[in-house]
Design a protein around this ligand. Sequence first.
Ligand code: OAD
Length: 236
Amino acid sequence: MKKLVFLTGAGMSAESGISTFRDSGGLWEQYPVMQVASIEGYEANPELVINFYNDRRKQLLDVKPCEGHRLVASMEKDYDVTVVTQNVDNLHEKAGSSKVIHLHGELMKATSSINPNDSRCIVTLPEDNPVIRMGQKAADGSQLRPFIVWFGESVPMIEPAIEEVMKADIVVVIGTSLNVYPAAGLLSYVSRDCKIYLIDPADVRYDRSLGITHIKKGASEGMKELIAEHIPVRHE
Ligand code: OAD
C-alpha cells in the first residue's frame, strides 16, 4: 500500500462551520491571538484563556465532520494513511480516520499547567459538560489547563509527524495558510519522489521548487477532484 499523508489546517473544518484563523472574519480578527493562544497570555490571565477554550469546546459539540473529512477517512481502504493536523477539533476522528497526529493539541483534553506534555496529567473532558474550572486540579496538583500547544511552547508531536512525511509517497495539504512553524516546515522533509497536492480555494505561499499541484477548491470539492483525477481508489 502506498503511504499517503494528509497535512490539514483550519480550512479542513471550515465547511463544518468552524472559523479559520487568518481569513477575513477569522478567529484572530475577533480575539488578540497573543492574549488567548500564547503561554504569556495564559500566565497573565489564566481565567480568560480557560474560558476562551471552554467556549470553543462548547461550539465543537454542535458540529459534524464535512464530506472532506469523510473522504480523507475513506482513503484508508486503499492507502496507508496518516493525518497530521494543526486542528484541535476531533472531526477527523469522528469521520473515521484511525491515525491522527495533532500538532497543536486537542480541544477535548485538559492537562497540567506545569508539565503540559506529561501523559499522566492529560485527561479527556466529559462530552456532557466539557468545561475547565478555575481551581480544578491536574494529577500533579497544578491548575488544569487546555491541552493546546500555544505560541511560545514546544511542539512535541512534530517529530512523529516528520517521520511520517519522510516516508510518504503522496502528501496532500488541505486548508492551511502555512504560516505557523514548525508545521509549515513539514514539506521540506518529503522524499524526492513524493508527489504533493494542495487543496485550498485561495493562493497559498509555498516553495515553488516542490512542484506542488494546487487544486483550487474547498476541502470537500477538492477531495472529490483529487480522487477523480489524481489519486485512484479501487473501493468505490
Ligand atoms: P489559517 O486560518 O491560517 O488558514 C486557513 C486556510 O484555509 C487558508 O489558506 C484558507 O484559504 C483555507 N480555507 C478556507 N476555507 C476553506 C475550505 N472550505 N476548504 C479548504 N481550505 C479552506 O489556519 P491554519 O493554517 O490552520 O494554532 O493556522 C495554523 C495555526 O494558526 C492554527 O493551528 C492555530 C493558529 O494560530 C494555534 O492556535 C496554536
